[in-house]
Design a protein around this ligand. Structure first.
Ligand code: LUZ
Ligand code: MOS
Length: 749
């Protein structure tokens, strides 16, 4: 089954926000945003903008009819600045004009006087001042304090990871159109249509039933549009409400980079204890999350850091504490992995530190401590593990010792070039950590000509979820996939949706679709049974024919549909799915939050030019736990993309805010992402096919986020290459490993 969007993508015919034909009378919006990270607004003068040709209105917080508030978890984020600014890029005013160009030209005429206040960009400084977004979270298992005395080896350290720009190819944007009786239709490039609906409702003061949100597809989201698409939709809707005209805002790349939040940087202290056999006995970590100026999704991201702080390993005694620290950066937000990668990186750094001090290969510690089935994670969930299965199959297929030997041999005979290798096992929990969000709905209609349309809460953002949902319907009805269409995601068809996030979209919406299709199928079988006067248990619908006692008959799918229609039997179904078995008690920080975990092992090798500090990733060889993949092409695509995005985070991509809180890496000339020259020369992905029962759709495990974490191995492969060149190198654990940092590391003493 190929991706149903391939042909229209290739021909440039797929409809994104900016491809929607605008209505006559459409206006264009542009933000005037703060150039100061923290300060008090003394005066704001928009008169210069109002005098510009084509300008219709300039909105400030005073124009907002409802609430000036878009905070999702914590109500701490004004849509438009009111009295104070809290980050560079914070919207202060919105110009609305007859053309895009006029709006942006007028923005330049707005004058603001801001009295600067102290700017904090470092989460540890914010922590020292007690400026936390939410109270700290603490995970506890075993007896950490008691365990240290039983450890043979104890190591401590500090670890930093930087943020990451989402760089969805399609920038943020929205288009709002007035409808009858003051209702508003919102086209949005969002992962969360309901989140947009709520934000627009709050800002306009209109009830949710007057807000229709429609999403065809996204040109990438990666978490950046889980919550932060709300801003542009709310701004446009505010303007449509007042002006009663359609309003469009499609951000330019530099506006998007400067005004939106990114992956959270973290700074972390760790302490790890091992026994003489290199079993991990105790682990302690304090995570300082750089939340930015408002909560956004930071509290949820903070908890996923804790859920993944021991990665793929069993540690009996764990104490992990996480602090969400308020700084004056744009509010940081969801990004593929959602805090998990930040937690896992620290564990890998701790293992690396221990391995170097003990003069063993890190892979020895990694392998010895891999999770086995029924091991308990710090939050109380016992796992069904595939960690050893993936590791062992990787060893069988790729011969880990031989890969290491090739690297050692190469290094023994080369001076300028050094290779490094690292292993990266992963374990990622599938489900929203917030249990209540794990639900979805599907609306399935079978038309009288036998064709089918499916609507769900899933948002297609390039990950292929619509193809998978189409497969669910086609397979359940046993009809030609060409007979099925997946509709746009629309809040009038499907209500109260969770965002397409947490790698769970195909599972949740696929299962709801399965339930809906099965309900219709049961009715169709009953209809066939009545018409053919054959008991229903002897009837099957297969390949668009009725089968009786497993024998094909002349009666077609279309005939059964026609009978059902004539007999006034419903050919539609709306179904609800809520993940079973999951629960979590935040007061105890224990429970069973995940439907299942996804595992895998990657071997990453790299070559460093020790004269120049440049490097290449030679290969990434993976064994990944797919369960039983329902679409191998799509799943492989997700894994390749995830690996490259993870390597980008760990190596090239460097977000730089200066001390004033201004983004310096604010364009693609200063922010490097992986390109065709920097992707690994070889990516090999092998399937760990298992047929075990799990809560995935058709046992096909989620693939969205887990593979990003393989990229962490690239950092440690580079680290090891530096050590091969200079065994006494003084290396901090400070990602990303840019060429500059690597060069300094090579010659450090
Ligand atoms: N979004 C969210 C997520 O709201 N909750 C989650 O647990 C999550 N996990 C991964 C990615 N997005
Ligand atoms: Mo995401 S980080 O699954 O929106």
């Amino acid at each position: 089954m190929q991706n149903i969007d391939s042909n229209t993508h290739l021909r440039g015919e797929s409809i994104y926000l900016d491809d929607i034909n605008v209505q006559h009378g459409t206006l264009y919006a542009a933000c005037f945003d703060s150039a100061i990270a923290h300060g008090k607004i003394l005066s704001l003068d928009v008169s210069g903008a109002l005098q510009m040709h084509g300008v219709v209105h300039v909105f400030t917080h005073e124009d907002i009819v409802g609430q000036n508030q878009i905070g999702g978890i914590v109500p701490d984020e004004p849509l438009l600045a009111d009295g104070h600014v809290h980050f560079c890029g914070m919207p202060i005013a919105l110009v609305v004009a007859e053309t895009d160009e006029a709006a942006r030209a007028a923005v330049k005429k707005i004058k603001v006087e801001i009295e600067p206040l102290e700017v904090i960009t470092d989460p540890r400084v914010a922590f020292a001042k007690g400026d936390l977004i939410v109270p700290p979270r603490k995970f506890n298992m075993g007896d950490v304090d008691g365990a240290w005395s039983t450890c043979e080896h104890i190591f401590e350290g500090v670890v930093d990871t930087n943020g990451q720009e989402h760089l969805y190819i399609e920038t943020q944007g929205a288009y709002t159109v007035p409808a009858e009786n003051g209702s508003i239709k919102v086209y949005s490039s969002t992962q969360g249509p309901t989140a947009v609906q709520r934000a627009v409702s709050k800002v306009t003061g209109l009830p949710m039933h007057q807000i229709e949100v429609d999403v065809t597809r996204l040109g990438g989201g990666f978490g950046g549009k889980e919550d932060q698409a709300n801003t542009w939709a709310a701004l446009c809707a505010m303007a449509t409400q007042k002006l009663k005209r359609p309003v469009k805002y499609s951000l330019h790349r530099m506006e998007d980079m400067r005004m939106t939040g990114k992956r959270h940087p973290y700074s972390t202290d760790f302490k790890i204890g091992l026994d003489k056999d290199l079993n991990m006995i105790a682990y302690e970590a304090s995570f300082y999350q750089n939340a930015g100026a408002a909560a956004d999704l930071s509290p949820a991201i903070l908890e996923r850091t804790l859920f993944h702080c021991t990665n793929s390993y069993y540690v009996p005694n764990v104490r992990a504490t996480a602090y969400s620290c308020r700084t004056h950066l744009p509010p940081n937000t969801a990004f593929r992995g959602f805090g998990g990668p930040q937690g896992m990186f620290v564990m890998e750094a701790a293992i690396t530190k221990a391995a170097e001090a003990l003069n063993v290969d890190a892979s020895v510690i990694q392998q010895r401590n891999l999770l086995v089935t029924n091991d308990e994670l710090p939050y109380g969930q016992k796992v069904v593990s595939e960690a050893n299965e993936c590791w062992n199959k990787a060893d069988e297929l790729y011969n880990i010792e031989q890969v290491k030997k090739q690297v050692t041999d190469f290094n023994a005979t080369n001076k300028q070039y050094k290779k490094g290798v690292a292993l990266m096992p992963i374990c990622f929990g599938i489900s929203f950590t917030n249990t209540m969000m794990n639900n979805a709905r599907s609306l399935v209609h079978v038309y009288s000509d036998g064709s089918v349309v499916v609507s769900t809460g899933a948002v297609e953002m390039g990950q292929g979820v619509n193809t998978k949902i189409l497969q669910v319907a086609a397979k359940t009805f046993s009809i030609d996939p060409a007979k099925v269409k997946v509709n746009s995601t629309n809040t009038y068809r499907i209500a109260n949706t969770s965002p397409s996030a947490a790698s769970a979209t195909a599972d949740l919406n696929g299962k709801a679709t399965l339930i809906a299709c099965n309900a219709i199928l049961e009715r169709l079988k009953q209809v066939a049974s009545n018409e053919l006067t054959i008991s229903v248990d002897r009837i099957e619908l297969k390949d668009e024919f009725v089968f009786v006692d497993a024998q094909k008959t002349e009666t077609t799918w279309l005939q059964v549909i026609a009978w059902a229609f004539m007999k006034r039997v419903s050919l539609s179904e709306h179904a609800h799915y809520a993940t079973p078995e999951i629960h979590y008690d935040k007061t105890k920080e224990k429970g069973h939050p995940f439907a299942y975990h996804v595992y895998g092992t990657a071997i990453i090798t790299t070559t460093v030019d020790c004269l120049r500090g440049t490097y290449e990733i030679d290969s990434v060889k993976v064994v990944h736990d797919f369960g039983s993949s329902m679409n191998k092409a799509i799943d492989l695509g997700q894994i390749e993309g995830g690996i490259v995005q993870g390597i980008g985070w760990m190596t090239l991509e460097e977000i730089i805010y200066d001390k004033e809180g201004k983004l310096r890496s604010n364009a693609l000339s200063t922010y490097k992402v992986p390109d065709i020259y920097s992707v690994p020369k070889e990516i090999t992905i092998e399937f760990l096919d298992t047929d075990k029962d799990n809560l995935a759709i058709f046992k096909s495990k989620a693939v969205g986020e887990p593979p990003l974490m393989y990229g962490i191995g690239a950092y440690f492969a580079l680290h090891n290459a530096i050590k091969a060149f200079n065994p006494n190198a003084k290396l901090a654990f400070d990602a990303p490993m840019t060429a500059e940092k690597l060069l300094m590391g090579l010659y450090s003493k």
